[in-house]
Design a protein around this ligand. Structure first.
Ligand code: 13P
Length: 249
């Protein structure tokens, strides 16, 4: 059985006050024990989140990393630095990083390998644009993004990955993929993983992201190949985020 994973990507949002609010509220809430929950605040809040989440079921995650171990890379953060603050999961290949910061498949792969080397689990984000969907290329685009990274990993590294399918047209638009659309792409990803290893396809968790909210989470999470969610906007409101976590239980 794959344990559901709910990850809240705050993007460049939030504050120390929001970190504290999540810490306090989640300390007094019964999370479903069968669900893993991660909050990914902006990097400056990692230390505060590590402290605030200590008495909660929330884990701390990060939104990006630089693949280099250290050096003259002004503004960047290494995998080892994230590990020092208790980060267990880090996003790689988010569509905003791909489009705004020009991270191509090679850059995404390098980040995934650096994260794995530091003991972190990368959450590899993949997804097609609206033009690619309209052209009937969704699965081809997504599978090529998966393979670009998985081909560079060994079998043990692959097992430590998580994949998040986030159609670009559904991110921040309020336009969620239907459960059927999401399931179809998830099934294609899982079938592609079988080509690497049957066991890998059975254990690897595939998250859906893109306007997931409390109103639609349950039906998305009920799909057989959707093992959790990567939540943007709705992860900034503690009640909404907790409701999504409950619907994964
Ligand atoms: P929204 O949930 O705001 O659409 O964002 C999804 C996302 O990009 C999470 O990484």
């Amino acid at each position: 059985m794959r344990m559901p994973l709910i990850a809240g990507n705050w993007k460049m949002n939030g504050s120390l006050a929001l970190v504290d609010e999540f810490g306090q509220r989640c300390a007094n809430v019964d999370m479903p024990p069968s669900v893993e929950v991660v909050v990914l605040p902006p990097a400056p809040y990692l230390a505060a989140a590590q402290a605030a989440f200590e008495k909660t079921a929330l884990q701390v995650g990060a939104q990006t990393l630089n693949p280099e171990p250290g050096g003259a890379y002004t503004g960047e953060v290494s995998a080892a630095m994230l590990a020092e603050f208790g980060v267990g999961y880090v996003l790689v290949g988010h569509s905003e990083r791909r489009s705004l910061y020009h991270e191509d498949d090679e850059a995404v792969s390098a980040r995934a390998r650096a994260a794995l080397d530091a003991g972190l689990s990368p959450i590899l984000c993949v997804g097609e644009t609206l033009e690619e969907r309209d052209a009937g290329d969704s699965e081809a685009v997504v599978l090529s993004q998966v393979k670009a990274v998985f081909d560079t990993l060994d079998a043990r590294q692959r097992e430590r990955m998580v994949i998040a399918y986030e159609p670009v047209w559904a991110i921040g638009t309020g336009r969620t993929a239907t459960p059927e659309q999401a399931q179809a792409v998830h099934a294609a990803i899982r079938a592609c993983l079988v080509d690497y290893d049957k066991g890998l396809a059975t254990v690897l968790r595939l998250l859906y992201g893109g306007s997931m909210k409390r109103e639609n989470a349950a039906e998305l999470l009920a799909q057989p190949d959707i093992d959790g969610g990567l939540i943007g906007g709705a992860s900034l409101k503690v009640d909404d985020f907790l409701a999504i976590c409950q619907s994964a239980g």
